[in-house]
Design a protein around this ligand. Structure first.
Ligand SMILES: *Cc1c(COP(=O)(O)O)cnc(C)c1O
Length: 384
């Protein structure tokens, strides 16, 4: 059989390997200077004041929700078409995720449906830039401001996306400072990788301080914020936190990967354009919505929708049988047994998301995908 083409894959070069080998020979494997270097580099790239590295995108979401004050009895709004972590992080803190259906013109949370889902208990909104599409965060921010909510943008798919914002350069502005907090993931299928890893970006010092303490057991050594002082060894655990630290080894890899990000995103956009052109004449395939004018898509995924009359399962099995490692993103979170059991979610609750799930297939999309392999994907798909 032909070699299997995955739907996503990391791109690691000799420069990345050399950088990691060098840190292994040094004094610090964790809690050294590399974490801060990586944080500063990502903050600068994204135009955010603060960046807090975490050991996964999931722990970054947990930290952001903690900083937002999410707690027992609260509600957090997100879309069903996302990775489970977007909702799970609220559950970790005793809150209840409340889902808002997606907008079929963006595949992201339906912004006009947010307000109807806000209650007395709502604390935060977690919009997800699905596939790397920069959603309309300004309207989400306006809604949040009116209701006193915190906006945590789950940009795990969207590092490198740019968004047209009023009064900003024509090329658009990177994601990272437009929401109260913005979350990134450095899992190997994402834009840059640290193996496992994540980050929160924010301009607000209070959120930053809370997350710095939260990611290291709730412990502080800052003399200005401690209640007692027993001596030079003294530190205080002031709240319940976790060990959510990223290592120096991982941060070094991330710093090296970041240098290649612009090239990665450009290549993802080139591949998306090639897919768009090659599939334009195939009536049973719907290609994904392009980024709004003045914005740049980050194309973490290239999601196609097969027409409702088609059997998605047959298309999927056919492609997998031909060595094309397609995937489906995502099983709507509310349909997982845990969410049905613990939160009373049911099929039919979010019809647009469920209809989307029934039709979606993610085609291979990663910077190292050769044009020849991409052509093979297209030919196989059209031959079906
Ligand atoms: C990848 C991802 C995350 C975080 O995942 P980790 O694997 O913990 O880094 C969060 N939300 C979305 C939408 C994701 O795709």
């Amino acid at each position: 059989m032909d070699k299997v083409i995955p739907y996503g894959r990391q791109y690691i070069d000799q420069e990345d390997i050399d950088a990691v080998v060098e840190v292994l020979r040094g004094d610090w494997l964790t809690q050294g200077p590399k974490v801060e270097e990586f944080e500063r580099a990502v903050a600068e790239y994204c135009g955010a004041r603060y960046a807090i590295a975490f050991n996964s995108g999931t722990s970054a979401l947990h930290g952001a929700m903690y900083a937002a004050g999410v707690g027992p009895g609260d509600e957090v709004l997100t879309a069903p078409i996302t990775f489970a972590a977007s909702a799970n992080a609220a559950v970790y803190l005793g809150a209840r995720p409340r889902f808002v259906d997606i907008d079929i013109s963006t595949y992201c949370i339906h912004i006009d449906k947010i307000e109807a889902s806000i209650s007395e208990r709502t604390r935060a909104i977690v919009p997800v830039d699905y596939a790397g599409y920069p959603l309309d965060i300004e309207t989400v921010n306006d809604i949040a401001r009116r209701h006193g909510l915190v906006v945590i943008e789950d940009a795990a798919h969207a590092l490198g996306a740019r968004r047209a914002t009023a009064g900003r350069p024509a090329a658009g502005q990177p994601l990272g400072s437009q929401a109260d907090m913005t979350i990134l993931s450095f899992h190997p299928v994402k834009h840059i990788t640290t193996g496992e890893g994540g980050m929160v970006l924010t301009d607000q010092v209070e959120f930053y301080k809370k997350m710095m303490v939260f990611r290291t057991h709730g412990i502080t050594k800052d003399p200005g914020s401690m209640q007692e002082d027993h001596g030079p060894w003294y530190y205080e655990m002031q709240d319940l936190g976790y060990n959510y630290r990223l290592t120096d080894i991982q941060s070094t890899l991330g710093r090296s990967q970041l240098k290649k990000l612009e090239g990665f995103v450009a290549q993802r956009n080139r591949l998306a354009e090639r897919y768009n052109e090659a599939l334009a004449g195939t009536s049973w395939i719907q290609t994904p919505p392009p980024a709004p004018a003045g914005s740049r898509h980050a194309y973490h995924l290239y999601p196609i929708l097969v027409s409702p009359e088609m059997d998605r399962r047959k298309v999927f099995d056919y492609l997998r049988g031909k060595g094309i490692g397609v995937q489906v993103h995502y099983i709507p979170v509310h349909l997982h047994p845990y969410y049905r059991r613990c939160f009373g979610c049911r099929p039919g609750d979010f019809p647009v998301s469920e209809g989307f799930y029934a039709r979606e297939i993610s085609l291979p999309m990663f910077p190292g995908l050769s044009l020849a392999d991409q052509d093979r994907v297209v030919e196989t798909l059209i031959n079906f």
